[in-house]
Ligand binder design. Structure first.
Ligand SMILES: [Ca+2]
Ligand SMILES: [Ca+2]
Length: 147
């Protein structure tokens, strides 16, 4: 999972720099891209079908989680990797839920970890950490807290 995250981050960093490169040369600006740079990137950089100003604004507002009027590299990478991360965790959960009851038992975790060569001690430790309400099962909500 750590490797996956590092990989996703290294993918989005150059894209951030690419968006920043759409700032006019010599123009002063905040330490992140604004809606104007995002607009130029989408319309001129990606050369996709024209995306409307309203759509660009929507994308920007979603990214500008701190409401600063600009999106820093840190925020950008975090936001862009959040969704695939969630999906990766969801499918990891489903893969371990062998009997498909929507919960992970200690046995299911152990079996799943067994398959990838993780020893019993470590899988038991993992289980204890993730089963935050200590009911002996890992719910999807508990599992997704790790994202
Ligand atoms: Ca289950
Ligand atoms: Ca639980």
């Amino acid at each position: 999972m750590q490797a996956y995250i590092a990989n996703a981050e290294s993918k989005w960093r150059p894209i951030f720099n690419n968006i920043m490169s759409f700032r006019e040369a010599g123009e002063d600006g905040p330490p992140g891209f604004r809606v104007i740079e995002l607009k130029r990137y989408i319309n001129d950089g990606l050369k996709k079908d024209k995306v409307s100003d309203a759509d660009v604004s929507d994308i920007f507002v979603d990214l500008d989680v701190e409401g600063k009027g600009f999106v820093s590299q840190q925020v950008f990478v975090k936001e862009m990797t959040k969704l695939p991360r969630k999906e990766a965790f969801e499918s990891a959960f489903d893969m371990k839920d062998f009997n498909r009851d929507g919960m992970l038992s200690a046995k299911e975790i152990q079996d799943a970890f067994d398959l990838v060569g993780v020893d019993k001690e470590r899988s038991a430790k993992f289980f204890k950490q993730v089963d935050t309400n200590k009911d002996g099962k890992i719910s999807k909500a508990e599992f997704m807290k790790m994202v």
